[in-house]
Design a protein around this ligand. Structure first.
Ligand SMILES: CC(C)(COP(=O)(O)OP(=O)(O)OC[C@H]1O[C@@H](n2cnc3c(N)ncnc32)[C@H](O)[C@@H]1OP(=O)(O)O)[C@@H](O)C(=O)NCCC(=O)NCCS
Length: 199
């Protein structure tokens, strides 16, 4: 993955049938569309990054969560799940995050788009909504992880929102799908005190 964001992009964008409508993914909507959500997770991620139904429910039920679903008409075309960083001690990099314990970091735990709807701006719409909502909720930064070479489209969106690498995690994934490394990133939502060199 080219961390400068200059990765080659597919030349042809497939059909775009209207804009994605992004809605809050709350407990009733999660229960109602649970089968589709799980199906999206299972078909969207390769096995090493795929999460279980229990994990999805865990994130969705955390206080401070920010979760969204993208729709085209009635069709669920993607979703994102995020919650405070301290709920993710099991994710490599999280406990070494400089924001760990400060309770002001939102951890982006999952974002997936249905295969037939990719490359039409759904991930961008979901990530923009997450950033807006996190800022409005008072979070100071978003943290997350992107697999090198496999999540290039996501990394491109994140870079455009100001993402930078906090940890380069080597040998995180053991499979033959792509590179084994993972970028642990931050997107700052407010200017950190002292960042401009002031008093
Ligand atoms: C990664 C993923 C979420 C991207 O979803 P998407 O809806 O296709 O992304 P978008 O259409 O919003 O495209 C985002 C940008 O990446 C670009 N892009 C698409 N494919 C790309 C690729 N292979 N390499 C680099 N950039 C790419 C798009 O052109 C777009 O750029 P632009 O908005 O500046 O034109 C989707 O491929 C997916 O669900 N993958 C499996 C799960 C995953 O890896 N999730 C992310 C990590 S948690």
């Amino acid at each position: 993955m080219d961390v400068s964001g200059k990765t080659a992009r597919p030349a042809v964008r497939p059909r775009v049938v209207g804009e994605a409508l992004v809605r809050d993914l709350d407990a009733p909507l999660f229960a109602e569309r649970f089968r589709e959500i799980l199906d999206l997770e299972e078909t969207g991620y390769e096995p090493t990054r795929r999460h279980t139904a229990e994990y999805l429910a865990y994130v969705l039920s955390r206080p401070g969560r920010l979760c969204f679903a993208a729709f085209h008409g009635e069709r669920l075309t993607g979703f994102s799940l995020a919650a405070p960083l301290e709920f993710f001690p099991m994710k490599r990099g999280a406990q070494d995050d400089p924001g760990w314990g400060r309770r002001d970091t939102l951890f982006s735990a999952d974002l997936v788009v249905a295969e037939g709807w990719r490359n039409s701006g759904v991930a961008r719409a979901l990530k923009h909504r997450q950033v807006e909502a996190a800022r409005a909720a008072g979070y100071r930064r978003i943290a997350g992880r992107n697999r090198v070479g496999v999540a290039d489209a996501m990394w491109r969106v994140n870079l455009s929102l100001g993402a930078y690498v906090v940890h380069h995690l080597r040998d995180e994934y053991v499979d033959d799908v792509g590179p084994a490394d993972c970028l642990y990133y931050h997107i700052d939502l407010v200017e950190e005190a002292g960042a401009t060199g002031g008093a």
